[in-house]
Design a protein around this ligand. Structure first.
Ligand code: SF4
Length: 328
């Protein structure tokens, strides 16, 4: 039997998971669980790189994130699930990698510049934020991952990871495989205001939102911006809400709505109501599982414990090799 290739991926616990996270990342992870040896971690140290000032909710977000993962279909029987800060070896490898990483590699990283411009309400002129890709490299190569699932905007980070691994191997000896990116499709659905769905834009629908909260968020959604009145024909092709229908309503309903919208037979209020019902139906199994895990916090603690033990063992073996090569 050939050994499964290893995948490492993480998510920052900066708030509850939304539909964009589900369709953009989590669904890919769920599919990959059977094909690969998956290591999925909650990147709490990474959360500090941008949200270092307010950590009051961090512990809650970490636990909630694991509940979201499990409720959506991530399985501790198929994947190794853990919290980044529980494996101190990541920090040790980060420190060593930071010694050999040239600063210009980090300064020219396009997401670094973009994020500084976008998150201008936060002071991100910190060493931690600049060296984010070095910590990410440590997270990945400490498990000798072969592949990393990423969205297109993360590809430059994986390129830095490969360069750092190559530089370490060149200086000290061959320890790390150079991981490859697996490009994952990003979710097409936008937030309620038609911008990218994001907690920071306050436009997200969360997996843990109640049906009432979903109904109220959907009611504010921007639809076809050129359709002012119900009597105007609409265009589903430019309507963000119709993208939601494509995910949550069946083909027949989508075809009906598309035709009735174009002929002004259905108004946006009625259309939103149908989509809300179908979205809530889609989320029902996730709600059920969430209720189960919320009532049994000991299961979550156990998953963290078992996942950490497995991850720590492999990270520890890698660090023994690293320490011996650099003679520390
Ligand atoms: S009827 Fe539906 S598909 Fe058409 S513009 Fe309104 S919300 Fe969009």
């Amino acid at each position: 039997m050939t050994e499964k290739k290893r995948i490492v991926s993480g998510m920052r616990p900066t708030g509850p998971l939304h539909l964009g996270n589900l369709h953009g990342a989590l669904e890919n992870w769920i599919k990959m669980q059977t094909e690969y040896d998956c290591f999925f971690f909650i990147a709490d140290w990474h959360a500090l790189t941008s949200d270092y000032e307010d950590t009051a909710q961090l512990q809650t977000y970490v636990k909630d994130m694991m509940i979201d993962w499990l409720s959506a279909g991530i399985s501790p029987d198929l994947s190794t699930l853990f919290v980044q800060s529980h494996i101190k070896e990541h920090a040790e490898l980060f420190l060593i990698l930071s010694m050999i990483t040239p600063v210009p590699w980090l300064e020219r990283n396009p997401t670094y510049k973009d994020q500084i411009a976008q998150l201008n309400n936060k002071d991100l002129s910190t060493l931690g934020f600049l060296s984010y890709p070095v910590l990410q490299a440590a997270d990945i190569i400490i498990y000798k991952a072969n592949k990393v699932p990423v969205g297109i905007d993360q590809v430059p980070h994986i390129e830095i990871t490969r360069e750092i691994a190559r530089r370490f191997n060149y200086i000290y000896g061959n320890v790390f495989p150079e991981p490859e990116s697996i490009l994952t499709k990003t979710s097409k659905i936008l937030g309620t205001d038609r911008r990218k769905m994001s907690k920071s834009y306050n436009n997200a629908i969360y997996l843990s939102d109640s049906p009432d909260s979903i109904a109220s968020k959907v009611s504010t959604m921007i639809t076809d911006p050129q359709r002012a009145r119900k009597s105007d024909p609409g265009n589903p092709d430019i309507c963000n809400l119709f993208e939601f229908h494509k995910l949550y309503s069946n083909e027949e309903t989508c075809a009906e709505i598309s035709s009735e919208c174009r002929t002004a037979q259905i108004g946006c209020v009625a259309c939103k109501k149908i989509m809300t019902e179908n979205l809530v139906r889609f989320l029902e199994p996730i709600y059920e599982k969430r209720k189960y895990y919320e009532a049994k916090p000991e299961i979550i603690d156990n998953i963290f414990k078992e996942g950490s033990e497995k991850a720590r063992k492999i990270a520890g073996q890698t660090m023994n090799e690293v320490r011996s090569l650099i003679k520390i």
